[in-house]
Ligand binder design. Structure first.
Ligand code: UDP
Length: 304
């Protein structure tokens, strides 16, 4: 099968490309390389450097006519979206519309979209479900929510197949602290530079940390399953920042200083996504425990 991954030179995208190549797919990547790194692309993937909202991207999709488009390219920095909502919407909303128009014109079967737990805003529940109300509190999450809805309407009007995957807090090898963010990558950076960890608040806030390989598996399962569905890609488990700190300090041979700072404004306390529907629909499960995923990620930081 022929696949296109937008944002395929990014953290999650490059892992997905590896997974698709391993499955024997012909893989094309559309990436403008603003945060993407061609160095992490699988040697068998074919890179097309272009913005998602460009005519060039439309032309590539018309030429390639892939079986599935995995649309991961995005402006993914929450703070940046607040500083520059125009740029965020340009990439995330207009970019998604451009991909959808190209899918329609080129009669592409299916789009698999990377969305976020951020669409629920600061709604706190023991576990969020896909039917909970959406109330984004950043322009980034808002632009993802709008992207989702455009996809549903393209499906309704033009019969485009889709699976929307709302990710928890993704971590793993290859994630960078800048741009792609993420507390695990930030802590990795600190360890590499022998700098202290900074924890905002008391560290008891929790997130649903999902290992990148499990995210890849959910995307692969979406090639043939989950049509018309919106699904969580998550563990359904809460892990605190303090737990992260203790796992990383236990792995590190040198002592690590931990500094507690005042809580960050707007930081949500708990985020956990129920994954029952994803398990039922995709026959998928989050297979990597936090301890296992953190150990793999830690090893990747100190590989020669
Ligand atoms: N966090 C922290 N120290 C850091 C970076 C992040 O204590 O150096 C905390 C942050 O305040 C939040 C949690 O880790 O409560 C997860 O942050 P991240 O930016 O990874 O994800 P998000 O808040 O978007 O879920």
């Amino acid at each position: 099968m022929k696949m296109v991954v937008t944002g395929g030179a990014g953290f999650i995208g490059s892992h997905l490309v590896d997974g698709l190549v391993a499955r024997g797919c012909e893989v094309h990547v559309i990436d403008n390389l603003t945060t993407g790194d061609p160095g992490r692309l699988h040697s068998e993937a074919i890179l097309h450097v272009a913005d998602v909202n460009s005519q060039q991207t439309t032309d590539y999709l018309a030429l390639l006519k892939p079986d599935v488009v995995f649309h991961l390219a995005a402006q993914a920095d929450v703070q940046r979206s607040i500083a520059d909502p125009y740029e965020d919407a340009d990439t995330n909303v207009l970019g998604t519309i451009n991909i959808l128009e190209a899918c329609r014109k080129s009669k592409i079967r299916k789009i698999v979209f990377a969305s976020t737990s951020g669409v629920y805003g600061d709604l706190e529940k023991e576990q969020l479900t896909e039917d909970d109300p959406l109330s984004p509190i950043s322009y980034y999450a808002l632009s993802k929510m709008v992207g989702e809805q455009y996809i549903r309407l393209y499906s309704r009007y033009f019969g485009l197949g889709y699976t929307i995957l709302r990710y928890g807090n993704v971590y793993g090898p290859g994630q960078t602290a800048k741009g792609e963010g993420g507390v695990v990558a930030v802590f990795g950076d600190r360890l590499k530079r022998s700098e202290p960890f900074t924890v905002y608040g008391d560290g008891n806030q929790t997130r649903d940390f999902i290992f990148v390989k499990d995210v890849v598996e959910a995307n692969l399962a979406s090639i043939d399953q989950g049509n018309g569905q919106t699904l969580h890609v998550s563990t359904g488990r809460r892990s605190s920042i303090n737990e992260l700190v203790s796992q990383l300090t236990a792995l590190h041979p040198e002592p690590v200083d931990v500094r507690y700072l005042p809580p960050k404004q707007g930081d949500i306390l708990h985020s956990c996504l129920n994954n029952d529907r994803t398990k039922a629909v995709l026959g998928w499960d989050a297979e990597t425990s936090l301890a296992e995923g953190i150990a793999k990620t830690y090893r990747s930081w100190f590989q020669a």
